[in-house]
Design a binder for this molecule. Structure first.
Ligand code: GLC
Length: 395
C-alpha cells in the first residue's frame, strides 16, 4: 500500500455512524468522539477521494452548533469516560477550536462543484464566523480571543505558561488540572467571553487569528459562489480588519507573537511554531517570509530537526522533545507551514516539509506526535492527522 492509500484506509477505519450522523474519530482509543479542527482536516483529505463522506463529516459538525453560532470542539456522540469534563452543556464541550471550517467547505466545493451542499453549509458558516467576530472580540479590536489553551488546539503549549501561571516543568496531569480550573471558572460565567475574559484567560493567539483570516477570505469566495453578496462583503472586510490588527498589535521586528489582552496587549514571547503560522495566510511580506524561512525554519539550533519542525524552539527553556505541544513534532503544523511555503512559491522548502513528514509516517507510523530528536512516535495510535500527507503529496 502507498502512504496515501494507508492514510485513506485509516480515515475509513476510524469512521463511525451514530444517530444518523457519520464522522471520523481522530483515534479509536484516545479520541473516540468528534473534534472540530480534526474533522476539518478529515474533510480536506476526503474532498477529492470520498466527497460524500467529507460532506457527512461537516454535516455532523454543524449539527451541534450552538444557538449563538459557536461550534464546540468535541461532540460526544457516544457515552464514555474519556475527556468527560463538566462543560455545563449536554453532549458537547463548550469551547471551540481553530476555525478551519470554511477551508474544509471550500476544498470540498473545489473538488465537487456541489452548489447544493454549499447552499446547505453557508448559513452555519455565516453563524460560526459571526460568533467569532461578534462574541470573541467584544471590544472591537479586530482580533479574536481564546478563553482556554485548548481552543488553540495546542493544549499545553508553553506560549500560554505566563497567562496560566504554570512552571516550566509542569507535567501533563497538572497542566490539564489547570485548564479544567479555567473551564470551571468559565462555566460559572456561562462561557461568556466578554464577562469572563479579563478574569481568567484571554489570549489573542497568532495561529488562531491567522487561520481565521484565511478562512474568512474563503468564506467570502464561497459566499460569492452562493450568491450571498452581503456575506461576501462582510467576510472580506473582516478578513482585512483582522489582518491589519495582527500587524498593528501582534507584529514586531519581523515576527508575529501571540498576546495576552488583559490590560494592554502584552506579547507572549515564547518562541513556538506560531511564528510560522502566518505564512499559511500570507501575512508576512515576501521579504519577511524569506528571512523567517532562512533564519529560523531550517535552523537546527531552534526549529528544524532531522524529523521535522519542533513546535517549540530548542533554545527555549520549556522545550521538551517528548512534551506533547512543548516541542514535539505534529503533522498539522507541518501541513500549515507546507501550505504557507507553497503560497510564497518556496517550493523546494515545501518539498522538505513533505519529505520529512513522509519519512516520519513511514518509519514511526500514524502516531499522534513525535520526538524531533529521535523520530520516536508517542501518544495515540491510528491518529488521523498523518492523513494530511495526502494533501501534500497530491497538491
Ligand atoms: C489533542 C490535540 C487537539 C486535537 C485533539 C483530538 O487534544 O491537542 O489539537 O484536536 O487532541 O485529536
Amino acid at each position: 500500500m502507498t502512504l496515501v492509500e494507508e492514510a485513506l484506509a485509516l480515515i475509513k477505519r476510524n469512521r463511525r455512524t451514530t444517530d444518523g450522523y457519520t464522522y471520523t474519530v481522530p483515534s479509536p482509543d484516545v479520541y473516540p468522539y468528534q473534534w472540530l479542527w480534526d474533522s476539518c482536516f478529515h474533510a480536506i483529505v476526503l474532498a477529492k477521494h470520498e466527497p460524500e463522506a467529507a460532506k457527512d463529516e461537516l454535516r455532523a459538525l454543524v449539527s451541534r452548533q450552538f444557538a449563538d453560532g459557536m461550534i464546540p470542539h468535541i461532540i460526544y456522540w457516544v457515552p464514555g469516560t474519556l475527556h468527560a469534563y463538566d462543560w455545563g452543556v449536554p453532549g458537547t464541550s463548550a469551547l471551540t477550536q481553530p476555525p478551519m471550517l470554511s477551508y474544509a467547505a471550500w476544498a470540498l466545493h473545489e473538488a465537487t462543484q456541489d452548489d447544493a451542499f454549499l447552499t446547505e453549509m453557508l448559513p452555519s458558516l455565516k453563524r460560526f464566523y459571526a460568533y467569532l467576530i461578534d462574541k470573541r472580540d467584544p471590544n472591537h479590536h479586530h482580533l479574536v480571543g481564546i478563553i482556554n489553551p485548548d481552543e488553540s488546539g495546542e493544549d499545553n503549549s508553553p506560549r500560554f505558561d505566563d497567562v496560566l501561571h504554570v512552571p516550566l516543568d509542569i507535567n501533563m496531569p497538572d497542566h490539564l488540572a489547570r485548564r479544567l480550573e479555567l473551564v470551571d471558572a468559565n462555566r460559572a460565567c456561562h462561557f461568556d467571553a466578554a464577562e469572563c475574559m479579563k478574569r481568567h484567560f484571554w489570549v489573542k493567539d497568532v495561529p488562531f487569528n491567522a487561520i481565521l483570516i484565511e478562512n474568512l477570505r474563503l468564506l467570502s469566495v464561497l459566499a460569492a459562489r452562493g450568491g450571498d453578496d452581503t456575506l461576501r462583503a462582510w467576510a472580506s472586510t473582516n478578513a482585512s480588519l483582522v489582518e491589519s490588527a495582527m500587524r498593528e498589535r501582534l507584529w514586531t521586528s519581523g515576527v508575529f507573537w501571540s498576546a495576552v489582552a488583559i490590560e494592554d496587549y502584552e506579547l507572549l514571547r515564547v518562541d513556538t511554531w506560531a511564528r510560522f503560522a502566518p505564512l499559511f495566510a500570507g501575512l508576512y511580506t515576501p521579504e519577511e517570509a524569506r528571512a523567517l524561512v532562512d533564519q529560523d525554519l531550517f535552523n537546527p539550533d531552534t526549529f528544524w530537526s532531522q524529523h521535522g519542525l519542533r513546535t517549540v524552539s530548542r533554545a527555549e527553556a520549556s522545550y521538551r522533545p517528548s512534551g506533547y505541544w512543548r516541542g514535539s513534532v505534529w503533522v498539522a503544523p507541518h501541513w500549515f507551514v507546507y501550505k504557507g511555503l507553497v503560497r510564497y512559491g518556496f517550493l523546494e522548502e515545501a518539498k522538505r516539509i513533505r519529505e520529512v513528514s513522509e519519512k516520519l509516517l513511514v518509519t514511526s507510523g500514524f502516531r499522534e506526535y513525535f520526538n524531533p530528536e529521535t523520530g520516536e512516535g508517542y501518544g495515540a495510535h491510528s491518529f488521523t492527522w498523518g492523513a494530511l500527507i495526502t494533501d501534500m503529496i497530491e497538491a
